[in-house]
Design a binder for this molecule. Structure first.
Ligand SMILES: [Zn+2]
Length: 309
């Protein structure tokens, strides 16, 4: 029995091994074919993606060239615009197209008296220059003396309200009138001279007053008081304080746009750079032989308010 079984094994063993190997080969071949198909499909997908990428690159480059075209169009337009003197139109809008130096310059100081007023007066005296001071009311006896000094030294003393509180002054015509009475009386009492010029806090074009500015202007007109705004700003109203060099630059750069240039300065305790800038500004104007004068009856009206305000 055992010998017979051994013989059968020897006879069929190689066949069995052969069949097992064959089965393995078939399974592996099928696997390889399937994998190849998947690889083929993946390759196709990659091909599609590459095509998409290429078309995207193409589109981006065409957008790039459109941007370049736009840029050169903008440059061409800018070049043409630079040939047009826009500033000339700007000046015409202001009603005073000019290229020459002004015939007169007014230095005007708002919001004083302050600890700087005496220093400003000393500098003006040193350069033999007269200016205009738009003052507010003060209870300080030391400062009150300065109203008289301003008048005595030949400057024009003008009103800038008593309280300088926008919400009070512009709350009603009555409130405005009472404030006007107060500053007018104070200046007359201190100097013996009736003030005839006024500058509205915030200017006649301020956007604070809910009441039309024409109503306040009427009050001034009835009393024969002329109001003045400005056409050049020193820029010293800003906080923090502007450096003196910047105040000098601001005060001088726009002068030649006006036949009569009126520069707005501030006479407040924290505006020390204004005092510092003043000598250089005066020197630069005097070097051009432009008279620096105080406001008087010959001054042209420099007013911001128009009926459309
Ligand atoms: Zn003011």
């Amino acid at each position: 029995m055992r010998v017979q079984r051994l013989k059968r094994l020897l006879l069929f063993g190689p066949y069995i091994v052969f069949l097992v190997v064959l089965a393995l080969v078939i399974v592996l071949s099928v696997f390889v074919v399937l994998q190849n198909r998947r690889i083929g499909a993946l390759e196709e997908e990659i091909g599609h993606l590459t095509m998409n990428q290429n078309s995207l690159i193409e589109k981006v480059s065409s957008v790039d060239s459109s941007v370049d075209e736009l840029k050169s169009a903008v440059t061409a337009i800018s070049n043409e615009l630079s040939l047009v003197d826009i500033s000339a139109y700007d000046r015409q809008d202001k009603g005073s197209a000019r290229t020459a130096w002004p015939k007169k310059v007014y230095l005007t100081f708002d919001d004083g008296p302050s600890p700087n007023t005496s220093k400003i007066l000393d500098i003006l005296d040193e350069y033999d220059v007269r200016a205009s001071f738009f003052v507010v009311g003060t209870e300080n006896p030391e400062y009150r003396k300065l109203y008289k000094r301003i008048v005595d030294e030949g400057h024009t003393l003008c009103m800038h309200s008593y309280s300088h509180k926008y919400n009070e002054i512009y709350s009603s015509v009555d409130a405005f009138t009472k404030d006007l009475d107060r500053i007018e009386d104070l200046l007359y009492r201190e100097t013996g001279t009736k003030p005839v010029y006024y500058r509205f806090p915030g200017g006649s074009s301020n956007s604070v007053s809910r009441i039309p500015m024409s109503e306040f202007i009427e009050v001034l007109d009835d009393r024969g008081i002329t109001y003045y705004d400005w056409n050049v700003v020193a820029g010293d109203a800003t906080n923090p304080m502007l450096p003196a060099e910047k105040i000098i630059e601001n005060s001088l750069c726009d002068l030649n746009e006006y036949e009569e240039a009126m520069i707005l300065f501030h006479d407040l305790s924290n505006k020390t750079s204004t005092v510092e800038a003043l000598p250089s500004i005066i020197e630069a104007i005097q070097e051009k032989d432009i008279p620096i004068v105080p406001i008087d009856e010959d001054s042209i009206l420099i007013q911001h308010y128009t009926n459309s305000n």
